[in-house]
Design a protein around this ligand. Structure first.
Ligand code: HEM
Length: 459
């Protein structure tokens, strides 16, 4: 029965059995390390770590930590160290006053108005990708669903930030170098996590540093002509960020700061969306009932014609499928912070340097907060109350640092989901082998191999 379908996830185990599982798998997967308690308790210490790691599951406590009015919980040092060579002290990693200034300057680049303007570029990326999928349907070739979604969302980011398609040589080089960077920093260094001291230097392999230098050079090459020209000539995101001014000093971002911020948009803005789309199309391939309901809505609201931004906003079932996937497969599996001083969280004393992991993965699967948490039930998000859930969706974070690209990603995903589900059937090879892991984002442990067919419609 489709309603009983359980999308794949590691079976929760005791702490020691979880640790043994990760050692046996040898892939440093944090999801497999999460012990059974973490799925039901408001917060749990992961034992066996020198600096101590607190996993926070309770939405109210998570909100307090992420809101952080006393600035006790800045961005986690391990994450900042890993990302600094690529994105400097930019909006994603900075804290305190520096972050506030950057956020105020960048917010307008992601306003509703900007998203409406970006929508045409999103549509053009989907047009090109449909042509590519038509070729794959024709040839019957198998391909990786996750790579396909990464390509499509990278193209959307290139077009909306820089008004360049992924087919342009520079954009392609940036994306290839990002893939290299992400693959190298993606696997968690378990040794460092368990035995490392807080605020220790994070040493990156030479290959990662070389990829960062290459990416920064390429982004610089795309920014320079825009700095030389009048940036207002284009209506893309780079134009908005170049035009941004500090409210007090009137100063704009320096060239290096621009490269930092644009690097963040690539980093935070394409693998995250690719992750959720991968899981959506995987689940749809296993749930014909959900796929049929989604198609029925698209046909009723849009028919066969072009999909406008107003259509996407009207597609409530599509949005619920997106939300339910964000719940079960939050692309940012854990949101890491560090305790800058000794403090208390709930009933726990927390020492300076403790790693605090707000955990969408477990908070979204907590049986005390969600009815049937392991089931895929998009109707739970219906406006007329699909159930008695009290959980909070924290896939985009919470508080003042909530994802700046949340509205952008929601519109982009709604558009891609509506258009590709309307036109194609994806069939997954060996669906039983699919297993999620926590890398830079929540990804399948191995490529999900699919074939695509043009959808046969009833006459
Ligand atoms: C489904 C897609 C996405 C998901 C699930 C997601 C998730 C998140 C989360 C959880 C945070 C908060 C991190 C923290 O508090 O440590 C965040 C922040 C951020 N995201 Fe996203 N994101 C997505 C798409 C995007 C897109 C499309 C962009 C831009 C093009 C973007 C840019 C950013 C930036 C710049 C921040 C830092 C905001 C700040 O600290 O003020 N994200 N995202």
């Amino acid at each position: 029965m489709p309603g009983l379908y359980r999308p794949p996830a590691p079976e929760p185990r005791t702490p020691i059995r979880s640790l043994l599982r990760v050692i046996r798998q040898g892939d440093g997967d944090l999801l497999s390390l999460v012990p059974i308690d973490a799925y039901v308790k408001p917060y749990t210490y992961l034992g066996y770590s020198r600096r101590s790691i607190l996993l926070v599951n309770d939405p109210a406590i998570a909100r307090d930590i992420l809101t952080d009015p006393l600035e006790i919980f800045p961005k986690n040092d391990l994450m900042v160290g890993a990302l600094a060579p690529l994105v400097g002290d930019s909006i994603f990693v900075s804290s305190g006053e520096r972050w506030r200034r950057q956020r105020a300057m960048i917010d307008p680049a992601f306003s509703q108005l900007r998203i409406s303007t970006a929508f045409a570029s999103m549509g053009a990326a989907v047009d090109d990708y449909e042509a590519e999928l038509d070729r794959r349907a024709e040839s019957g070739a198998a391909f990786s669903l996750d790579h396909a979604m990464s390509e499509l969302t990278a193209d959307v980011i290139c077009r909306t930030i820089f008004s360049r398609s992924l087919e342009s040589e520079v954009a392609r080089e940036v994306c290839d170098s990002f893939t290299e960077f992400e693959q190298s920093v993606a696997s968690v260094d378990l040794w460092q996590l368990i035995f490392g001291k807080p605020w220790a230097d994070v040493k990156q392999p030479d290959a990662v540093l070389a990829a960062c230098t290459r990416i920064r050079g390429l982004i610089g090459a795309m920014v320079d002509p825009r700095l030389a020209d009048d940036a207002r000539q284009s209506d893309d995101i780079v134009a908005a960020v170049i035009a941004a001014r500090d409210a007090e000093t009137g100063a704009g971002f320096s060239r290096e700061e621009l490269i930092d911020q644009l690097g963040v948009f690539f980093l935070a803005g394409h693998e995250t969306t690719a992750s959720v789309l991968t899981w959506v199309f995987y689940v749809l391939s296993q749930r014909p009932d959900v796929l049929a309901a989604l198609r029925a809505e698209v046909e009723a609201v849009v028919g066969d014609g072009p999909v406008t931004i107003q259509d996407v906003k009207r597609l409530s079932y599509v949005r619920n499928v997106f939300r339910e996937t964000l719940r079960l497969y939050p692309p940012i599996t854990f949101i890491p912070r560090v305790a800058a001083e000794k403090t208390r969280i709930g009933r726990f004393n927390v020492k300076k340097g403790a790693m605090i992991m707000v955990s969408p993965w477990t908070a979204h699967r907590n049986a005390l907060l969600w009815s049937e948490p392991d089931r895929f039930r998009p109707e739970r998000f219906d406006a007329d109350g699909g159930g008695d859930d009290t959980g909070v969706l924290m896939s985009f974070g919470l508080g003042p640092r909530v994802c700046i690209g949340a509205a952008f990603a929601t519109i982009e995903s709604g558009l891609i989901l509506a258009r590709l589900a309307r036109r194609y059937d994806f069939s997954v090879e060996a669906p039983g082998r699919v297993r999620p892991v926590a890398r830079l984002t929540t990804r399948p442990a191995e490529d999900i191999v699919v074939r695509v067919r043009r959808r046969e419609r009833p006459a």
